[in-house]
Design a protein around this ligand. Structure first.
Ligand code: BG6
Length: 500
């Protein structure tokens, strides 16, 4: 039985063993081990903690412990001394799980990890099924009385609604839903959680957070990086599956949902699901007007020339995978009827920025001559999720002088300047929550389904469309079709994203 503690202000992990499948992989090295190191540094891990890496790569325990310890500063944390193990073996080989079970029993006896196990699936998606079945085959899906066995699953969770349901069936054949923690690392970011704080810990924003005041909303998740060494993975994903289905729709749901009665896991997730359910599905005929894709080509400056997507390692030279996606969405509910939501994401854009911008309606009447207003944009509230984490309110102010020129000015809140406390890394926060058994910031199965419901028709439409994929030069703001998508309604993308 999963013995999840209630949400608690006591934020230290209980005795437990963290088992990482895919231990020799990129995510483990870049995110998971540093997150463990950071939890240790912040004294969130008890002495009764252990880390077990599992992977196909043959490596000695010393090698794994050595690389985990040295590269990430773990060496300085005595609580991890002697508590790192490595099990190498095939994911479909029952012997791997037999050896894992022995290792876990040994650790319980030696270190007092109390039979608590957090299994983290950080493998390519093809390995999810054999690992889940392997764990169940060795009885590791069930914890003994008073202990927990939990499963953390990385994205992608399926590649469409049908395969997400298949994966759920596999997961649920061995684990109960309360044991399952589906990760979207954006929910671990402090600034994403701050969307909830801003909206619901204050009274001044709530009255303007609806169709009477908001003209439209823009959500941008822009990256400057290309696909790097992940071309092989990215070819089967694309921007819709990689970013829109999860990060973008999660940020959108938190920004637009109704206030939950309480911030427990069910209260919050119920509201997100209700919002996602209210997103109107485009018909096949509308898609060309509502969604745009693009793929980056060679670009940049002479000193910093960036390869085109098709020239990246692991990418098909004739690839039709989108590295950019933009959509116009509508939310059919009382609060948002008639308000358009424009979302866009892309790799190799000119700036790295994630933000939610609410643009407000223009005043009904302006008692100022229009030639004095040329530098005035519509009022906007911008939630900057990264970088320069903070919030800006844009409004018009009189320019000093004898005329009555009004120009856009800004009131800025910056995390850096306001708080001394450091934000934990997203993975650090989520690992701790999973160890504590708090699923609030993890994705429930019905959320996954809703998100696929929304993106599937567009992905299917693009898969059938044989016309050439629109392109954009690396370091530009995406294909020209994206300008048309928003320009059709007389609006335009914010061109100063990331500024404050
Ligand atoms: C991951 C995607 O989920 O998020 C990557 O697979 C992307 O393609 C990354 O680069 C972006 O995360 P962050 O935290 O850097 O915004």
């Amino acid at each position: 039985m999963d013995n999840a503690p209630q949400i608690t202000s006591e934020r230290n992990a209980p005795p437990a063993t963290l088992v990482i499948f895919g231990a020799s992989g990129d995510l483990t090295r870049r995110k998971l081990i540093p997150a463990v190191a950071s939890l240790a540094r912040h004294r969130r891990l008890p002495r009764e903690f252990a880390l077990v890496g599992v992977a196909r790569t043959a490596m000695s325990e010393e090698q794994f412990a050595g690389s985990a310890l040295s590269g990430n500063g773990l060496r300085d944390y005595p609580q991890l001394e002697g508590g790192i193990r490595y099990v190498s073996g095939g994911y479909d080989d029952p012997d791997t799980y037999k050896r894992l079970a022995e290792t876990l029993d040994q650790l319980d006896a030696e270190r007092g990890t109390a039979g608590n196990r957090l299994f983290y699936l950080s493998t390519p998606a093809e390995a999810f099924e054999p690992v889940i079945n392997g764990l169940a085959g060795a009885g590791l899906n069930r914890a003994r009385e008073g202990s927990f066995a939990r499963l953390v699953i990385e994205k992608p969770y399926g590649r469409d609604l049908a395969t997400a349901r298949e994966l759920d069936a596999i997961v649920h054949s061995s684990f109960d839903e309360p044991q399952v923690f589906r990760i979207d690392h954006y929910l671990g970011k402090d600034t994403v959680q701050n969307v909830i704080a801003l909206r619901f810990a204050n009274s001044i924003f709530q009255p303007i957070w609806d169709r009477s005041w908001v003209d439209h909303v823009q959500i941008t998740v822009a990256e400057t990086l290309g696909v790097g060494t992940r071309g092989g993975f990215y070819e089967s994903a694309g921007a819709m599956r990689d970013i829109v289905q999860n990060h973008v729709l999660q940020v959108l749901a938190l920004s637009l949902m109704e206030p939950p009665a309480s911030f427990d896991a069910e209260g919050l997730r119920n509201e997100k699901v209700k919002l996602l359910q209210a997103i109107r599905l485009p018909t096949d005929r509308d898609i060309a007007d509502l969604a745009v894709r693009g793929q980056y080509t060679r670009g940049g400056t002479r000193d910093d020339l960036m390869a085109g997507y098709r020239d990246e390692p692991g990418v098909d030279p004739l690839s039709r995978t989108e590295t950019y996606a933009a959509m116009r969405l509508n939310v059919d509910n009382w609060r948002w009827a008639g308000v358009p939501f424009y979302v866009r994401t892309g790799k190799r854009l000119p700036a790295r920025v994630t933000e939610v911008a609410l643009q407000f309606q223009r005043p009904p009447h302006l008692p100022i001559p229009t030639d004095q207003l040329t530098e005035l944009d519509a009022d906007a509230l911008i939630l900057r999720i990264q970088p320069n984490e903070g919030i800006s309110l844009r409004f018009g102010a009189k320019v000093p002088g004898h005329s009555f020129r009004v120009r856009t000015a800004s009131m800025d809140f910056s995390y850096d300047k306001t708080f001394r406390e450091e934000s934990p890394e997203a993975y650090e926060r989520l690992l701790l929550d999973a160890l504590l058994g708090d699923p609030t910031l993890f994705i429930r199965t019905d959320e996954v389904e809703q998100c696929w419901r929304i993106v599937d028709p567009i992905i299917d439409h693009w898969a059938k469309d044989r016309s050439p994929i629109p392109t954009y030069e690396a370091a530009s703001w995406g294909p020209t079709d994206a300008e048309r998508l928003i320009g059709r309604s007389g609006r335009r993308w914010r061109n100063d994203v990331g500024d404050f």
